[in-house]
Design a protein around this ligand. Structure first.
Ligand code: FES
Length: 140
C-alpha cells in the first residue's frame, strides 16, 4: 500500500479545514515543485496557538499533512510550533512515499508563514525568529 492508514484517514476527513475570521496570523505559501498553494490561519492568545485552520489547492498528501500539522500545533506555544518539522508530521502520519515528501514541506512552511505574519502584525521583525521560510515561487 502506497499510503498509510493515517494518511488515508486524514485525506478522507481532514481536520481543521476552513478559515478563521480575524485570524492573528495568516500565511500563504506555494510549492515550487508542483504549483500547489496552501493558506494557513492561526488564532494566538498569550503565546499559545488556540486555533488553526487551513485551505489548500493541493494534492491528497498536502491535505493529510496540513490536517495533521494543524492538529499538532493546536494548543502548543509559538516556540514549539516553530520547531514543527515536516519530518515530524510525516512520522505522525506513519510515513509518506518519497515522491510526496515535498508536499509535507508545504504544511511546515504555511505554519511558519502564518507565524511570521503574526509577528509582523505585532510590529516585530519575524526574520530572526522564524528564519528562512523557504522558496515560494507561486506566491511571491
Ligand atoms: Fe503539490 Fe503534493 S503534489 S503539494
Amino acid at each position: 500500500m502506497l499510503y498509510s492508514d493515517k494518511v488515508l484517514e486524514h485525506f478522507a476527513s481532514p481536520h481543521n479545514v476552513g478559515e478563521i475570521e480575524n485570524a492573528d496570523g495568516v500565511g500563504e505559501v506555494g510549492n515550487a515543485k508542483c504549483g500547489d498553494i496552501m493558506k494557513m490561519y492561526l488564532k494566538i492568545d498569550g503565546g499559545v496557538i488556540t486555533d488553526a485552520k487551513f485551505k489548500t489547492f493541493g494534492c491528497g498528501a498536502a491535505i493529510a499533512t496540513s490536517s495533521m500539522a494543524t492538529d499538532m500545533i493546536k494548543g502548543s506555544t509559538i516556540e514549539d510550533a516553530l520547531k514543527l518539522s515536516n519530518q515530524a508530521v510525516v512520522e505522525a502520519l506513519d510515513g509518506l512515499p518519497a515522491s510526496k515528501i515535498h508536499c509535507s514541506v508545504l504544511a511546515e512552511q504555511a505554519v511558519k508563514s502564518a507565524l511570521a505574519d503574526y509577528y509582523r502584525k505585532n510590529g516585530v521583525d519575524p526574520t530572526p525568529i522564524v528564519g528562512d521560510i523557504g522558496e515560494c515561487d507561486a506566491c511571491h
